[in-house]
Design a protein around this ligand. Sequence first.
Ligand code: SF4
Length: 492
Amino acid sequence: MNVGLSKSKILKGLQCPKLLYYSKYPPVDFEIPPDPSREQRLKEGTEVGILAQQLFPGGVEVPYEGLSVSEQIARTRELMAAGQGVIYEASFEFSGVFVKVDILVRNGLGWDIYEVKSGTKVKDENLWDVAVQHYVLGQAGLSINQAYLTHIDNSYVRRGDIDVHRLFHSEKVTAESLVRQAQVPQIISSLKMVLRGSEPDTDIGPHCSSPYECDYKPYCWQHIPESSVFNLAGRGINKFDCYYQGLISYDQLPLEQLNDKQRQQVLATLNQQDSVNREAVNSFLEELWYPLCHLDFETFQSAVPLFDDIRPYQQVPFQYSIHLQHSKNAEVGHCDYLAYPGYDPRRELAEKLIADIPENACILTYNKSFEIGVMKNLAEFFSDLATDINIRISNIRDLMDPFRKRDIYRWQLEGSYSIKKVLPAMVPELTYTGLDIADGGAAMQAYHDMTATTDERQLSEIRQNLLNYCEMDTWAMVKILDKLKTLVETLS
Ligand code: SF4
């Protein structure tokens, strides 16, 4: 059997032997569901890698496309022999392990390795990534002087063209890499055994989500019932300890070992029993006033700031939806904003937001820390608008509060208070099903798609999907608030 390992396969194997096995022999009855956010992350990772090459200009790339593995290795050797000082995607193999080095830089008689990551700090799994390369290159006869992890520096603020020397920070990890290298031969040998053997019987565990969310979770977790120990909200009992003891479904759980909220969650689901603290919900409602405005933002973020005065991964608002009711019995009106791609939308958005929300309006959001964070950033950035924005911030209330505090609890919530769970539990007739965009991650992806297309029809379709989704978010809040009011009236 031809046993070939790559750096990425070794990292999979370090997370879980079964994951490595599936990467070569995928289960026949399962297909990894499409995940636009993962695709966006991969695309962004590639873009970041290409940008980082500018840290060492004048290099030559050894392409993956169009060359076999042995041709990539031969091409790398040719470049080294020809005196090339910087090689991108340099390729090496030792003992059946193939690696590509993001940037290989000649340093005296030896070489330095630069591994580029789109994250903002060095993580343990990144060190293994470097250690495997370091080992293979050493065994392939290269003298390695230093190993670096090059990651995004999120204190960088874009001004004009991207300054790669400030966007990236290279951290020397030679010592950490050398420490791990001692274990690399043993790891390689055991992972080869995994690929030579039959499917490992690895059980599910914390490794299914760490360091990465595993693509095979829907497959390996099929035996976990819908309401299980893993749905318990909050910390407390060790969920995997319970699972390994066979305490999985709600009726098997040791109630006395759960905290109060978890016990309430389990009992409510088992008995299909709702609860409401009428006084507390009523106090929440009495804090609201008219005009009453329901507000929701959509934001994008990117490793490489798209516009001036933006940091890496800064949340930048590009859309909002508002449902506004001027008085108790008035019609609920709607207005919104959605940026066109290609320019910084913040000024336009902030000015329209101030115009759309009356100064004296009560602003209801769902999870107010997010909306407040977005508005504070706008107020800090546009000092001439700060007073108007800060007045509106002081008028924000949080529709999530009664659900977070469990002043109202529906058994279907399973301990969650996210709007995506609360809406079907409170207003089952209203649903996100059928919308092309159904969560904030997909909305961000849609914004990036808008920036990448010049097709007018596609652009208009994406815009309409975004408008529908964001409007649904605030309409859901209107309907949830209506239900709370009706409930309090019914119980009085
Ligand atoms: S879901 Fe868990 S057990 Fe299954 S392959 Fe992934 S990490 Fe391994």
